[in-house]
Unconditional design. Sequence first.
Lengths: 285, 320, 395
Amino acid sequence: MVIQLLNGMQLAMLLFLLSVGLSVVFGLMRFVNLAHGTLFMLGAFVGLSTVEATGSFWWALVAGTLASAIVGGLLYLGLLRRLQAESPLKQVLVTFGLIFIGLEAARIIWGDYAERLPGPALLAGSTALFGVVYPTYRLFVIGLGLAVAAMLYFGLERTRVGAIIRAGVDDRTMTAALGIDIGRVFFVVFVLGCALAGLAGVVAGPVLSVYAGMDMGVLVLSLVVVVIGGPGSLKGAFVGAILVGMVETFGQVWLPEVAGMLLYGLMAAVLALRPQGLLPAGPRP
Amino acid sequence: MTPPASGTRHVVAVLLAAAAGGYWLASGYYGKELLAETAITAILAMSLSLLVGQAGLVSLGHAAFFGIGAYALAGFGARLGWPPALAMAAAVATGAVAALLVGLVAVRLAGVFFIMITLAAGEMAHAWFLKDRLFGGVGGMAGVPRLDLSAIGIDTGDPASFALLALGVAILVYLLLDRLVLSPFGQTLRAIHQNEERARALGCPVGRYKLAAFVVAGAVAALAGTLAAQRSAFVSPELLTWTLSGEVLIVVIVGGGASLLGVSAAAALWIGLRHQLSTLTDHWMLAMGAIFVVLVLVAGDGIDGAVRGLWRRLAQRRGP
Amino acid sequence: MKTLHLAAAAVLASALAAGGALAQAPVKIGLVLPYSAGPFVAIANEITDSMALALEETGYMVAGRKIELVREDTTHKPDVAQAKAKKLVFEDKVDMLVGPVASAELTALFDFAHQSKVPLLIPNAGDNEVTGEKCSPWVLRTSFSNDQIVRDMGTWMAGKGYKKVALLAFDYKAGHQLMGGFKKPFVAAGGTIVTEQYPPFGRLSDFGPWLGRIRDAKPDAIFSFFAGPPATLLVQQFKEFGLDREMKLTGAGWLVSPLNLPSQGQAAAGVIGVLNYVPAIDNPVNKSYQERFQAKFKRVGSEFGAQGYDTAKLIHAALAQAGGKTDDKAALVKAMHAVRIEGTRGPLRIDPRTNNVVQDIYVFETEMQGSAVGYKVLDRIRDVQDPPNGCTLGG
């Protein structure tokens, strides 16, 4: 039971890192970026190459995060910025096309064989905790997710940039009318979201295998997180990630017959009953 | 959104049908397979065009109804042993019922949320058929029967005849949907798409119209699915992947969204391009992806718009 | 005039060189494999590369005819696989088909091969029924049946003192066939299955939840079936959760395939596998295969490659036996039944009663060899042959 809780939490934190950027971009810009998973994969692959070159997981963490941020930024400036004014339909289709470009590019650069991104030696082995023996690296994943969540919360609630972003989510036109360059805010948020996706990719490397196509499974899961939690909301992404992590973990063990459908059923139910998600962004009371 | 073109579309329709017929005469075995696949994709794309182009409902789960139609044919035709024609009719009805159930919830949402809930519904259906035991789960099931037209001297087991059958069904679907689009029902859908609030204010039961469009689209998609299952005599969960939904959506957009002929032409372009590229390189998806992105970015009104622009320019040149 | 003489001389020379084969068209072998998409691209390439290695040894010639490989890509879609098979048979006029990898594609190809009476050689998929109750005179398998791989493993493990075993495989047909095939003889040999866990197929996987349940059941060993990325996950997580201190990890040998070792690292050491091939098999054919494969591709050839290599060898031997004649497809299949070859896996033949291969099965263990993980053969079960299982080909 404790082990399953930790397992669920570990998956939840990975999903949180992956989804939070997607969610805020979604909430702030009404922009659906299906290629978000591709940046996750990019982070993992760049991390892999970095470990092979330097032997250090920590450099991989830095390089993977940076690579996804840079590629995400270039994508935004070169392509996605133009789609801002377009219908969600075009955004979905263009980023859908990007998925296939990314997939094939990864195959050409990194090949068809699944590889493993070795975790840091410091975190190898297991730790006894709450009466169970649990892999130390997974505890690190949980800790990292919580730390990032705390930093983002502080950044959003306590800094000027955070206030601008929150204002932008609540009312874009009003914020722009106040003389704030909302385009630049979008850019910063987009790049930050991509960086976190890359970070998630490297962090997931030692837990999952790294291979071309690893993005497809997580993409749909992260969309579920965003929808359930409520687009644009940090708390929503956090709660959504924990819900999805737990449902995925416990559902597969307790209700294996319907586990495959459970999450999507949950997503559909939330959409039907509370289209804005469980913890929607919006004006605080 | 665009109102359907005038009588010139009949000329285009005949030209398209003639092109398909010419290809049928000129092509070999594999060409017949491609032609059948094109016809099936065109039917699926036309059904989605009704949703996207007319009603403005962007579904990212349309492959679910395609797959449900295929599986229902396998169930009624192969598992229960019903005659193929009856099984096909029942499969189309099953697609309609499934679309009704999903639509009841989905049409209450708009924009991105509609996209997301159709995606969720599609993934649920996909997960179901991955797990199911009746139809072979991941491995799928073979032995789906083909329509028996031997009474009128057609052997549907022959790829050439089957390609003709698929083409014939595609033409029928075009004629039906063309009527529907021009009918008051189609006009109302476009009115809702253009300004939902106004339509509501005028006393139009917006939800019911959207639901009706969703059900018709689901039924036609299921019809396409029954043809797909017959083409390969086989069903598998591959028929319901969300990436297939995305591909069809791209075909619809490239074709111009609202134009039935445009999306049919786009289906031909799509199948032909994929075939050509995949014979050139194993990394054909890279090229397809790039072509998509460019097409979606530059194609304002899709093929339909491009053809109409050309037509106008020609007409002007000929005119006094 | 001089040029004309030269040309005539050249024609004459080539006619002499080719002997009576001048007018003969090449033997065409159609490959229907997922080259461009899906999880089996690496396997498709490994099969094709290894078939090419085998045919290079023969100069791509048999009984005076050239041999030609015609590749078609299934794009990992069953309906495309079927359409491409039709293209190969009707347009390219291939004499036989080799493929596919995935079970869904096999289901789609099977009926076509059966009805069109073109020999189909399966180089990987293992569904029991294909050479059992559903068997066809035209569908032959050079790889394995799921049951063939695991049938003797239960007895072997019970004999080695692994009396309590937990089963772990994805919840799909192949998973249930392999677990079921292991279970019956194991229980008959006095073993007990303490728990059976079947995670859903094809999800973003984490074995944590299942390993937790298995630990509670306290088995001596886990018997598992996984391939590709999930296999890598299981091997790593088994170590991470410290289960290696409490039980042995065993399974169908794909778990620690040479394709997975680079991603599994040292966690792969100490796993017991059972399979029809392992790179450490000590025979001259395998040694030469591994040398040539490693020289060309800079990695160890896997069971998929070995199956491709043996398939090409078997085809070549059958063509030689049939005198290079391919018009009579029934005679060609007969020749395939008649030949006996020494493959990378040891002696091989096709059983005319089921059309499944008869081969040796190996029990092996992974161990640290220097700084890398390698294989050690523990046992060799000779001449493993499937019972007809409802197949009525007679023979």
